[in-house]
Design a protein around this ligand. Sequence first.
Ligand code: SF4
Ligand code: SF4
Length: 408
Amino acid sequence: MANDKKGSCCGSEDTDLEEDEECGCGCGGFKYPDTSTKNNPNKPKFIADEEFFKEFENYAYSLGFKSIGYTQLTPDLLTKNKFMQYTNTIVLTIEMDKGIIETPPGEKAQRLNDLAYEKTGRLTYMLSDYLREKGYATEIAHSYDSIVKLSPLAQKAGLGFIGNNGLLITPELGSSLKISAITVSIANLPVQDENEHAWIPEYCEKCGKCVKACPHEALIEKETCCGGKEVQFVRKQCIGCSQGCTYCIEGCPFDQKGYAHVKNKFDKMNAKLKEKQNKKFKPELWNNWAEQNSQMFAGLVNGATIAISMIQNEEKLILLEKADHNLNVTIKELKELERPVADLMFLIDEKDIKKILGDTASIKFMDMLSSGKIKVYGFISQTQLIDKGYMAFLNRLGLSLGGGSCCC
Ligand code: SF4
Ligand code: SF4
């Protein structure tokens, strides 16, 4: 399930808005006042030392910010027609008041939510004042404004990753947070290019609780063209800002159990999955299959090599190589291979492997090929394929060189 990675409502979340400030969710593009007490310096400084960053972060934490990241603001992270003077960006997260989570959507929850935006803005202006006082010029992206796509920005800064609920998920706060940003004249921000939270969308694929929790069909699961699933955010359906709805946050395991618990569960799930997958890579299984379906490979010349790959495991290949008129089966780690070693590759969904291995007459294999469930890729020219005896092989499978069903 691919994630659409769109924000779950205005302000704290990313807004890929087409035109101006209005996001269409009912919040109306309300503006919070600029509460700065310091003006930008006339001649701003551009360099800060390590000691300064330490002091700055200590001050930010003392104000209540939970995580701080640094990144470059790129045009794709700005809402259309918006502009910020500096691209050097400090991204901040702060905990969302628990009262918002505990209060059902409605006037009261919305008021609490508005207060949370107001508080985030006020504290961000205080931090900006601190920077200005130290000689740096700043500009603020308020958590409620739609100038900057804040969730993707925070993801870029390595603070967390956007989940299926369209919100940033962080180790410290799950999705129960507000985000703000300060663009600043400091050119040597300690920018982090890595993101250790990129596993989150994979967990979301198996979870989907936020989709079920959303009462307004603002999160919709859709089939992708490749048979997968993706969650789409329907902004106009979302009552996050207009009524303080947080159902997609409270239903999320990151908020209920915490990041470390979910990561631990994810690692265990993956280890089990790997174990299950490894069973499907046993050479003796594929040897049996090759022997039972030897007719299929008749006519291939020595040296002809076919690879079988599983969609869910890109790390390993099953190689079937004709040598001394036999078909030898080897399992190879992809990282061991420096160049393409196969002439053709069949890409199979892991869940179909059992059916294929249990079939002695190649019928299932052919059925799946004709229905497009198994994809074929060619790595050598048509002439080379003909020379290696693939013409008859492909015909037997209902494929043709350069034909519609074959990618050669
Ligand atoms: S649960 Fe509420 S806040 Fe979340 S997407 Fe649905 S309507 Fe929006
Ligand atoms: S509820 Fe599940 S699917 Fe939704 S964001 Fe949280 S972990 Fe991801």
